[in-house]
Design a protein around this ligand. Structure first.
Ligand SMILES: [Zn+2]
Length: 65
């Protein structure tokens, strides 16, 4: 494995997010449903999950850490 592969892998990992509400894998680059809480970007699979998060962000953000 070359150094380029390692960087590629690291970059991919950053792009991948997890929906803190339902646990689904979310691509932070392409998802339309995003929310920023305490400087961290969270991605969601649907408007519904985003709404749930925005109602109680502290609850889900803590669980995600
Ligand atoms: Zn979801």
């Amino acid at each position: 494995m070359g150094i380029a592969d390692i960087f590629k892998k690291a970059a991919k990992k950053l792009d991948e997010g997890k929906d803190p509400i339902c646990g689904m894998k979310v691509d932070l680059e392409t998802t339309k449903f995003k929310s920023t809480y305490q400087g961290k970007v969270y991605g969601f699979c649907s408007e519904e999950c985003k709404k749930t998060f925005n109602k109680n962000p502290f609850q889900y953000a803590d669980a995600n850490c």
